[in-house]
Design a protein around this ligand. Structure first.
Ligand code: PLP
Length: 340
């Protein structure tokens, strides 16, 4: 038994998803002629009450296209210091958009209205970059899967609107937040200028992300996607996996959240753990006593078939997903005991 808790990206498509992939009609999507991709884009846009969507190979690409479309070189992007767009996209904000970044110190990856207001540059001051875009991440990955309250997201959208800033959501794990907070996708569609969602995280599709926004914005995004090399041809089989995931894998995310709570409980009983971040969705982040040999523990756990990553010398992360089941959770305590 391999218990792979490295990421929710490690899932493999099951029989239902594979059937959907095999039977999907396809065409050339650069020509806009892949019926399955068109269907997925329409389905996602309708779900969020947004005008249009575009299918891309990765969430990094949907974020980067979004940022590129919202900014001009030299503009400033405002986001949390832990955010994926800053930490894990290879400096893409600078590389692709030529934009500057203002980092905010939020609460477990979550920013708020006041932090944004204090970071806005005076547009009449020629010394400072033009504040142009706010990016929020929900759930916040490095925040341990923390979720936003809708009221905070609405407040930030009002600040953005009043100051003429664009408002982008990195919703790689937005469906986890929707399930955990019992929010609806359409509430998000109303307040954001653009939303990126991943099909390849908790939803369990092998590949793919969608960028959602207004008609003009997505038209521009299609051009940028081509420039970034993300124009795919007969990728409808991948889109079919995405459609299957939207139809079958959203409600079950509560199982992943339940499993993460079980992991949290097991970890808090361990003497080498000093703290776990509050578990809100499918990510558990734990802090170890500085005297504890985390690297050795990770190696020993690997020998027991349990895979996970450290995110600092004293911190590690475990992520639950579609391919983690309750038998694995039952076995985890014993495996930790054997690895210590
Ligand atoms: C995984 C992830 C992405 C996108 O990652 P890709 O691997 O490029 O699909 C974006 N934002 C967050 C918060 C993520 O966790």
């Amino acid at each position: 038994m391999i218990i792979d808790l490295r990421s929710d990206t490690v899932t493999r498509p099951g029989p239902g998803m594979l059937d959907a992939m095999r039977s999907a009609p396809v065409g050339d999507d650069v020509f806009g002629e892949d019926p399955t991709i068109n269907l997925l884009e329409e389905k996602a846009a309708a779900m969020f009450g947004m005008e249009k969507a575009i299918f891309c190979p990765s969430g990094t690409m949907t974020n980067q296209i979004g940022i590129k479309c919202h900014t001009q070189p030299g503009d400033e992007v405002i986001c949390d210091e832990l955010s994926h767009v800053y930490q894990y996209e290879g400096g893409g904000i600078a590389f692709n958009a030529g934009a500057s970044v203002r980092l905010l110190q939020g609460d477990r990856g979550r920013i708020n209205k006041n932090l944004i207001q204090s970071a806005i540059n005076n547009p009449d001051d020629v010394h400072t970059p033009i504040s142009r875009l706010v990016v929020v991440e929900n759930t916040a990955n490095r925040g341990g899967g923390s979720c936003y309250e809708m009221s905070d997201l609405v407040e930030m959208s009002e600040v953005c609107k009043s100051l003429g800033l664009s408002y982008h959501l990195d919703g790689a794990r937005l469906f986890n937040a929707l399930v955990a907070k019992r929010q609806s996708a359409s509430e998000y569609g109303k307040i954001f200028d653009s939303i990126s969602i991943c099909l390849s995280k908790g939803l369990g599709a092998p590949v793919g992300s969608l960028l959602l926004g207004k008609m003009d914005f997505i038209k521009k995004a299609r051009r940028i996607r081509k420039v970034f090399g993300g124009g795919m041809r007969q990728a409808g089989s991948l889109a079919a996996a995405g459609i299957y995931a939207l139809d079958h894998h959203i409600e079950r995310l509560s199982d992943d959240h339940q499993h993460a709570t079980i992991i949290e409980k097991i970890l808090t009983q361990q003497s080498f753990i000093t703290e776990t971040l509050p578990v809100e969705t499918n990510i558990v982040i734990a802090e170890c006593d500085p005297s504890f040999n985390l690297k050795k523990f990770i190696d020993k756990m690997k020998e027991q078939g349990v895979l996970f990553f450290s995110i600092s010398p004293t911190r590690f992360r475990m992520v639950t997903h579609l391919d983690v089941n309750s038998q694995m959770m039952d076995a985890l305590s014993e495996k930790i005991k054997l690895a210590l």
